[in-house]
Design a protein around this ligand. Structure first.
Ligand code: NAP
Ligand code: ZN
Ligand code: ZN
Length: 348
């Protein structure tokens, strides 16, 4: 066991505060990682505040983890001490179901083990995430990270990156497609970067007029203010795909109307309460809605390698862990440019 410093939520209504716990021994297939940076995902807020139900306390959030390997088990093949490694949203799964066998561990039929707010398979102990100084994970659930990329910008790729890369690849976004990205936060800004890199014509659909210049810098070809009626009227039946990253309550109908015939809305944002789906907005142009959850280990590695090759990282605001509660408040107001990342040195 090894003593680990962290920040934790003790209940849905208390601010995050210092917390100490023990990580398990490094097993034969495990690697131990000294955490350098951890991104702050809106899912952290949803779970800390128990907005989705079933939260386990104390909760150490954080599933966008980058760090340096400090120890390897004797059966570990792919990592050595000193390597840079990444951990995303899950740290284990059943490994035998059809989804696990085909690299879709996030859809494990027996339930993947979430990096935090989950339970370890054998011990049933709660899992603790990356707002902490170190973590021990089976190498099969650990990603290789190029040391050439800015590491604080890499951390958010482990959730915001793969969550947007995976569905855009799944539906085959590329040249000739018109793509709308709804919501310019952590996921939204990565979606813009990837959709533009894949060759699509990208429109940022945002409720924040102040984000227009940044959206263009991130690679969006157009910016549309969602509260502007004339702009929205001009975009009726326009898009092939809309990637919906919005974290708060909204009706899907308004945005479905922006899809052309056979257009698809990809839902990745998870507001705490169900969203309305008016049937007329779907049937009039044979539109569809699909959902997507993060991505499997193989595809996450593919995404990280793609980012290393194309020099893509997240645009981040680095904070000390002591600033986390204020960062949550800013995210809820949509005031994030475009991912908060905790410098874990501030915990040590
Ligand atoms: P974020 O950084 O806080 O960004 C969310 C953005 O949504 C905001 O910046 C804002 O963009 C827009 N927004 C917020 N409130 C709104 C409202 N009331 N009406 C319209 N737009 C609003 O959050 P994130 O980390 O990107 O996460 C987004 C959502 O995805 C969360 O629900 C999160 O839990 C979920 N998520 C899902 C997966 C998955 O696997 N499917 C993975 C990670 C996260 P504008 O200012 O541009 O409007
Ligand atoms: Zn996340
Ligand atoms: Zn499985």
């Amino acid at each position: 066991m090894s003593a680990t410093k962290a920040y934790a939520a003790q209940s849905p209504t208390t601010p995050l505060s210092p917390f100490n716990f023990e990580r398990r021994e490094t097993g034969p297939n495990d690697i131990k990682i000294d955490i350098l940076y951890c991104g702050v995902c809106h899912s952290d807020i949803h779970q800390v505040r128990d907005e989705w139900g079933g939260s386990i306390y104390p909760m150490v959030p954080g599933h966008e983890i980058v760090g340096r390997v400090t120890e390897t088990g004797n059966l570990v093949k792919n990592f050595k001490v000193g390597d840079i490694a990444g951990i995303g949203c899950f740290v284990d799964s059943c490994r035998t179901c059809p989804n696990c066998q085909s690299g879709l561990e996030q859809y494990c039929d027996n339930g993947m083990v979430a990096t935090y707010n989950g339970r370890e398979k054998v011990t049933n102990n709660p899992t603790y995430g990356g707002y902490s100084t170190q973590i021990v994970v089976d190498e099969k659930y650990t990603l290789k990270v190029s040391p050439n990329l800015l590491l604080e910008g890499v951390a958010p790729l482990l959730c915001a990156g793969i969550t947007t890369y995976s569905p855009l690849r799944h539906v085959g976004v590329g040249k000739g497609h018109k793509v709308g990205v709804l919501g310019l936060g952590g996921l939204g800004h990565m979606a813009v970067k990837f959709a533009a890199a894949f060759g699509a014509e990208v429109t940022m659909l945002s409720s924040s007029p102040s984000k227009e210049a940044d959206a263009k810098k991130l690679g969006a070809h157009h910016f549309a203010l969602t509260s502007d009626k004339a702009t929205m009227n001009g975009l009726q039946n326009h898009f092939d795909f809309i990637l919906n990253t919005v974290s708060a309550q909204h009706s899907y109908g308004t945005y479905l109307d922006l899809l052309n015939t056979n257009g698809t809305m990809i839902v990745v944002g998870v507001p705490p309460t169900p969203s309305e789906v008016p049937a007329f907005n779907l049937i009039m142009k044979r539109r569809s809605i699909i959902g997507s959850l993060i991505g499997g280990i193989k595809e996450t590695q593919e995404m990280l390698d793609y980012c290393a090759e194309h020099n893509i990282v997240s645009d981040v605001e680095v904070i000390n862990v002591q600033d986390i509660n204020g960062a949550y408040e800013r995210m809820i107001k949509g005031d994030v440019r475009y991912r908060f990342v905790i410098d874990i040195a501030s915990l040590k």
